[in-house]
Structures are given as C-alpha cells and as structure tokens.
Design a protein around this ligand. Structure first.
Ligand code: ZN
Length: 614
C-alpha cells in the first residue's frame, strides 16, 4: 500500500504556471528571471496557504535550473531540479522564524551565507513568518540583507506585513499575494479529484472553497478529510454535514419568516437548527453572510461578489428582488450587533432569539419610518382593537336638543372612521333595504367647514341658537318632507321603548355579553318624541351601555321606526328609582343593622356585657 501523502503536499505546484490564483506574482517573477533582473531580497506577504512558500521554492528551483525554458520556467529534469524535487538541494534553506527568532539563529544563518554555493548559481534563504523575529534579530540581519553576496537571495515571507520594520521593507522587493478566489479553488480541487478518481459534486467543492476562505492548503486538507469520510464520493449534503455548515435553504426559510413577520415560525426553525447541534453564533454569522450575499446580488455591478454554490445563484438573485436595501442593511446591523455581544450574553439562546424577534418586526418598523416625516402606524394584522370609550354625555335641556343630536352624529362619525355610516335622516320612505345598501350620511361638507365645529366636549356652544349645516339639512328634510317626516319617524312611546330595550337585553344574553346586566339595571326616561335617556348608576355601567351604542342605535331605530331617534347614557348616583340590589352583609353589619332597627338589642348586649363573636 502506498504511503498516504496529503494532497497539499502531493499536489504542491512545481512550476510557476501551476501556482493557483497568483498569476500577477508568477508572471513578474518569470519576467525577472528571463531578463536576469532579479532582486536579492523579496518580501512575500499575504494570508496563509495562498502559495508564498511554494513560490519561494519554485523561484529557488528555477534560478538554479541548468536549462531553464524560454518561458522562464524550470526544466524539471536537470540534476539541480531533481535535487530540488527530492528536497535534497544544498542551495535552499528554510528558516521558520516563529520558532527560531533569536539573535543566535540569525547569526547562524548569516554565517552560512558567507559560503559560496558548491553547485548551482544561487543560494536561496527563505525566512518564514519573518515578523516573529525579535528586534535584535532583525538588527543583526539588516547588514546582510542590505549587502548580500551576489549568489545569495533572501525571501522573507509573512502573513503580517504591518509588523515588519520599515528598514526591512525598504530593502526588499515586495509581493502581495492574493486570497485565492472560490472559482480558482474549485477548479484546482476539481483537477485533483479528477487525478485521484474522486467523485465530487461541483456544489460540494464550492462549499469547500467557501469554507477555506481563500486558503488552498485548508481547502486541500478539507478535501482529504471528507474524501476519507465518504469513501471518495462527495456530494452537497455530506459535505455540509462534515463541515458543520448550515444549508442555505434554511436561511431562505428564515428570511421568508421575517418578511411574513412570522415570529413563531422563525423561533421554531431556530430551535430545529439548534437541535441539530449548530451553535447560535454560527447561525448569526451564517445568516449575516447570507444577507450579505443578497445585498451583493441586488445590484448587477456587485453581482460578481456573490460567492455561493452555483445552483443557488438564481435563488439568491430572486430572493434579493423581494427585499429592500434598508431591510438588508438594518438586518446586517442587527446581526452584527448580536454577533459582537454573543460572547458576553449569559443566555445564548435567548440572545439569538432576541435578534430574531427584532428581525421579524424590522419590516414593520421600516414601513413606519418610510412613511416620511409624519409617522403613521400601519395596521398590518387584523386583530383585537383598542377598547373604545365614549365621553360621558352631559345632561342637556330640551332647547339644546338639536345641538346635541349634531354632537352625537359627530361622535359617531369619528368613532366609525371609514366604516359606512348609516343614515340619520333619509330622504326616502322608511325602507329597511335602504339601510343595507348603505345610503350615505348627508352632510353638506363645505358648508359645515365654514361653521365652527361643535364637539361633544364643547358644552359652552351647546346652548347657542346658531344651527350647523347638518341641523339645517335635518330641518329641511323635516319641512320638505310634506308630512313624510312624521310618518317616517314614529314618536317615541315608553312601552315600546321598554319592550325594544328588553329585546336587546335578550340578544345580549344570547351572546353572553356582560353588558346585559347594566342594561337591565339602567332606567329609561323619555325626553321627547325622538330622544330618551338611559340612566346608569356608575361609570362602569355607563361604559358597558356606551360600548353597545352603535348596535343599539340601529337596533332601536329599526325596532321603533324612528330614524332620528337619539339617546344619551347618563350617570346618576343614588338613583332612588333603582331596584334594590341584594347585598351580602357580614356578621358585624348584620348586627349593626339590627341595632339600628331595634335599639333594645344593643341595650341587651350592654346590660349583659355580652361580647360579640364576629
Ligand atoms: Zn532544471
């Protein structure tokens, strides 16, 4: 059985052309070699696993090659190339500055540099992680770096360019290595899979490429790992599983819950994800990445930045069309904040759920602010409405009756908003169908606006003789009706009113409406032929009756054949007419009542010095 060699080593590029994704560097180096304009010190900067050491090795091999190609590549056949390939070349030294960072280590190296190469033209010294060198080691190295022997070439490699002293930077030719793009990685992985006879879905390779974040060494080691787990058959699902990555489908689902403001759905989905073993920060992070992708593909210009599995591309573009920029940006903000505070949160689960709650109501919040300067709260969900309370009606004398009628209508109009308002006065004959077809309330709007509006809370005006437009119309109708008004509106009769009132109570009881009792307790008083008063004992009872006002209004108008019927609900305390309510008395109260009625009982108690046990 062959000895297993990890892909990162087995497929380490051997020529400049095979280096993945760094053509800007390899081309420059090849040209320099061809034109023999090689600098004596290089600084290779860039993230880990992008090919810095590989390029250093290829450079060393190429400049020592006995028969380099015209293109500036090593022949890979000569003795020097062979010894490089076997790792046995005497002209190549690698120093890991991370573990050899002292002055002594550097002095050893400088001592070595003095010796002329036995074979080949150049001696190449690679100092990896050069930023780890101590400052004294740096200083010991400076002189050699500035004036090296003609056969020595230094290649310094680092992942952290900003930590390198300016004195070093100024002595080197600097090459910045790029992160390897997902496409390049996928292509390279595909080639390796082909050579190794591994069956791999492109989507799986794309996930690996994403996970490796531009680091080829990581990508290859992930590939090795999954290949050994899956017996060489990589697909989308098993790759996700091994990489502990959430399926993008879940994020699409989460997004749709947010757009529908379905908090329950989002919480359940998160619970589901959590059960699968995904931690909250991973979900937040993944979702932020997902939102970022949507943001990117919203604009064609930035669509190239979309780095997702190819089969999902269209789905992303389609989803992006359904969300607004403010939504995406606000979502990213919330997720970012949640991610920053995740570590500090004690209850991680609640922390994530809190973010979800914010996200679910984000759409609504944005809509409110989008209304412009005036904030208008949109009613998005049909549901319970606020409890409506009408103001307490003032007792009004018969002279101000017309005024009060007007007030009632106004109140009614306000309360109903845009609901169809049933007519107060109809031009037609008393036709019950007319109610249902919703004949509009007759108000001379422009005329009304000329008048000072009379509100129910404006009792000072109630006594005024000035008639509002509505009252004028009402009078007109009465007058023009040529007796119609009288026949349409039957004068109020106490017996009929009581009967209708009782019928309404029956209706309330059928609906198990708690207002039934206040209705039963209320006293009715006829004011004139078109209006009456309902007298209640307290505010609560009044509220109950007022609550029914609109239904009651139409019910009574219909029942009593009076369309200009009006009523007020009053509170009159200590109403003597009220039927007595049975009260449960305590033992003490019972005794007091007894002594009030029969004072002798108290005398009996006092004389006998009785102690009451209540
Ligand atoms: Zn060669």
């Amino acid at each position: 059985m062959d000895k297993f060699i990890v892909s990162a080593r087995k497929y380490r590029p051997q020529t400049f052309d095979t280096v993945v994704g760094q053509s800007h560097i390899t081309t420059t180096l090849k040209n320099a070699i061809r034109h023999q304009q090689l600098a004596h010190a290089f600084l290779f900067c860039g993230p880990r696993g992008v090919g810095k050491t590989t390029c250093a090795r290829i450079l060393a091999k190429t400049i020592n090659c006995e028969k380099p190609t015209k293109d500036g590549e090593a022949c890979d056949k000569c003795q020097s190339c062979q010894s490089f390939n076997d790792g046995a070349s005497m002209n190549y030294f690698e120093l890991d500055a991370a573990s050899n960072n002292s002055v002594d280590n550097i002095r050893d190296l400088v001592d070595q540099v003095r010796f002329v190469p036995q074979t080949g033209k150049y001696k190449v010294y690679v100092i990896d992680e050069v930023h780890m060198l101590s400052s004294s080691a740096f200083n010991a190295f400076l002189k050699t770096l500035e004036e090296p022997p003609s056969y020595a070439i230094f290649i310094l490699a680092t992942t952290e360019k900003h930590k390198i002293l300016p004195t070093i930077l100024s002595r080197c030719q600097i090459f910045d290595f790029k992160r390897i793009t997902i496409n390049d990685t996928v292509h390279h992985l595909g080639e390796i899979c082909g050579k190794e006879e591994i069956k791999a879905e492109k989507a799986a390779l794309q996930i690996i490429a994403q996970k490796s974040e531009g680091c080829m060494r990581d990508a290859l080691s992930i590939l090795d790992k999954i290949v050994s787990f899956t017996n060489g058959e990589l697909n989308y699902t098993n790759t996700l599983e091994h990489l502990n990555i959430l399926d993008a489908d879940l994020y699409f689902k989460l997004l749709s819950y947010m757009q529908q403001q379905d908090l329950a759905g989002a919480m359940l989905l998160y619970d589901d994800i959590n059960r699968k073993g995904f931690e909250g920060d991973l979900v937040i992070n993944g979702f932020a990445e997902f939102i970022r992708n949507l943001l990117v593909c919203k604009d064609e210009k930035s669509a190239n930045l979309l780095e997702v599995v190819e089969s999902f591309r269209d789905k992303y573009v389609a989803a992006a069309k359904g969300v607004s920029f403010p939504f995406l940006i606000s979502t990213l903000n919330i997720l970012n904040e949640a991610e920053i505070n995740y570590k500090a949160a004690r209850n991680k689960r609640l922390h994530v759920e809190l973010a979800l709650i914010k996200l679910c109501y984000l759409q609504q919040a944005l809509q409110i602010t989008a209304e412009g300067n005036t904030v208008i709260k949109k009613k998005l969900i049909e549901g319970a409405q606020a409890f409506r309370v009408s103001p307490i009606k003032l007792y009004s004398s018969p002279q101000s009756k017309i005024r009060n009628q007007k007030s009632e209508t106004e109140t009614q109009k306000k309360e109903y908003g845009n609901l169809p308002v049933k007519p107060i006065a109809s031009l037609e004959k008393n036709d019950p169908e007319e109610h249902k077809t919703g004949a509009k309330l007759i108000i001379d709007a422009p005329a009304a606006s000329n008048q000072q509006p009379v509100t129910p809370s404006d009792p000072a005006r109630a006594g005024s003789n000035k008639l509002s437009a509505l009252d004028k119309i009402r009078k007109q109708i009465k007058g023009n009706g040529s007796g119609n008004g009288d026949s349409t509106n039957k004068p109020l009769q106490y017996e009929e009113l009581i009967k209708a009132w009782a019928d309404y109570i029956v209706l309330l009881k059928q609906k198990r409406n708690p207002a039934a009792q206040p209705f039963e307790l209320a006293l009715l008083r006829i004011k004139d032929e078109n209006s009456f008063e309902a007298v209640t004992a307290n505010n609560i009872e009044q509220k109950f009756v007022e609550q029914e006002r609109n239904h009651l209004f139409h019910f009574l108008q219909e029942k009593l054949h009076n369309r200009i019927l009006q009523f007020t609900v009053l509170v009159e305390e200590k109403s003597s007419d009220r039927p007595a309510i049975e009260l449960t008395l305590t033992a003490k109260e019972q005794f007091q009542k007894m002594t009030e009625e029969f004072p002798l009982i108290k005398e009996l108690k006092d004389r006998l010095r009785l102690e009451l046990d209540y």
